[in-house]
Write a protein that binds this ligand. Sequence first.
Ligand code: FAD
Length: 461
Amino acid sequence: MGDGSDGFDVVVLGAGSGGYACALRAAQLGLSVALVEKGKLGGTCLHVGCIPTKALLHAAEIADAARDSEQFGVNATLEGIDMGGVHKYKDGVVSRLYAGLTGLIKGRGITVVEGEGRLVGPRTVAVNGAEHTGRAVVLATGSYSRSLPGLDVDGSRVLTSEHALTLDHVPASAVVLGGGVIGCEFASVWRSFGAEVTIVEALPRLVPLEDEAVSTALQRAFRKRGITTHVGTPFESVEPTDDGVRVTVQGGTTLDAEVLLVAVGRGATTSDLGYEEQGIAMERGFVLTDERLRTNLDGVYAVGDIVPGLQLAHRGFAQGIFVAEELAGLSPAPLDETGVPRVTYCEPEVASVGLTEAVAKERFGEQDIVSLTYDLAGNGRSQILRTQGFVKLVRRKDGPVLGVHIVGARAGELIGEAQMIYNWEAHPEDVAPYVHAHPTQNEALGEAHLALAGKPLHAHS
Ligand code: FAD
């Protein structure tokens, strides 16, 4: 293996979730690594994605707890939201993690190259005039907030998630364009902070990649929270008004608000980086790979959001680790994307792994699929938390659990067990004997499996 003086074993372009995970694992396996980053180590997830949004959502939960305290016999009042204080808390979380990650990368002996990199040869990345060559190159340049034709983001009235994360006040009202994960999370935060929120989604339902029952439950829960949703409603135009924006949707309905958040998906950061010149195969800006994450160029791999599929940090981590292990000759098993857990951290939370009921039926035939929905009303902890929702299981008749779909408080914390069940191809009968602590939200997962195995406890047959 090279020692870095005459070229590296691996040159990683981009130090977000995918890139830095690859670098850390490769270094751990004794490979020499150059990690090229033009911004901050940690990328989108740490600085403008997962971590800061979840800090905002936690602050939102505290606001809801204060507002609803009377229900629990506690006398507290929500006097207001100090966005300066919220940002201080959020930025504190980010900077502690950033310091930790920087130390970790340094401690593993990774060469961090600061600056904008460009692929100038099949295995060479140029940064500020210097060239860094690797036995392998891993492309991990991540993603950016997309907009729609004719929709100009100005950063003050028309925002992307990056702008929304640093807004210095709570908008009185907001239209959120896009009812996917990011749109639902910001809608949830702003509503908890006291804004009037309307979601506009072109597809027929919120979180459209989730099981249909989940979308229905979320939409109902949002309605109860006072979040208005217009689904099956394509956006048409936006124009400035004296105090915000006027959004026109298909059919001519107009919606006035202080801000418009554009959350219509994320494009791959791949243009003008030398990828096309080097002949990397791409589609709609995404880098195409095989299941071993190899691009069409020998020795060039791609990980994270630039690879078509779920744009999630933990998928990026897993892909980065996979490529590092592949380069070290460990022949890891390819990642099953369906087994990657998905969480939307709004209130109530949504979490899932595996197939939706509709996809399972498509794949195996309607006759071969059984589903069961365990209502959280039967779960003690959910009653205590005053949360509503369900655990829905999809299984193959007399076969393994193919999908787990959860709505309710702390659903994101339950999906860890669910992903083991899915990925280990467990049957409900395998899971049913395992004892779940009482009273926990987790117990709902156990009860759902008991019910599907034909021995329901706190559920009607
Ligand atoms: P990125 O994290 O985008 O990193 C790419 C890096 O490459 C960046 O640091 C960039 O500066 C660098 N780079 C780009 N071009 C160059 C160049 N030419 N030279 C040098 N460096 C370059 N995922 C979850 O799993 N859970 C969540 O809760 C979650 N919440 C999210 C909330 C929001 C608002 C957003 C926007 C995203 C969220 N995500 C979440 C998605 C997650 O952030 C991404 O999936 C993840 O960051 C992708 O990692 P990546 O390594 O592919 O790219």
